[in-house]
Design a protein around this ligand. Structure first.
Ligand SMILES: [Zn+2]
Length: 95
């Protein structure tokens, strides 16, 4: 019983079973992996907004996932603030 057969083993955020992360859906509960995040990305691509949305911490996320997502969220916010600052600088000095 080794999961090493697949390099894409990941844990389903809903049923918390280990499943093949290379597949779009959980093998146990059929839930689509990272569905809300992917939906948001799809919506933004349709709207022509190339920015990746800030990762959302869901109410029903397992605690380890919340801990994992926090620093990513903070990093994204810092990055966006930096980009906004660069845009501000170019507007100020573009005259
Ligand atoms: Zn599942």
């Amino acid at each position: 019983m080794s999961p090493s057969a697949s390099t894409h083993i990941k844990r389903c955020a809903y049923c918390e079973q280990w499943t093949d992360g290379a597949k779009e859906y959980c093998e146990h509960c059929g839930h689509e992996h990272d569905k809300q995040y992917k939906d948001e990305v799809r919506k933004r691509i349709e709207r022509g907004d190339p920015r990746v949305p800030i990762i959302q911490v869901q109410y029903d996320d397992p605690i380890w996932l919340k801990i994992l997502k926090r620093p990513i969220q903070v990093a994204q916010l810092i990055l966006y603030a930096f980009v906004a600052f660069l845009v501000y600088l170019t507007t100020v000095f573009a005259h």
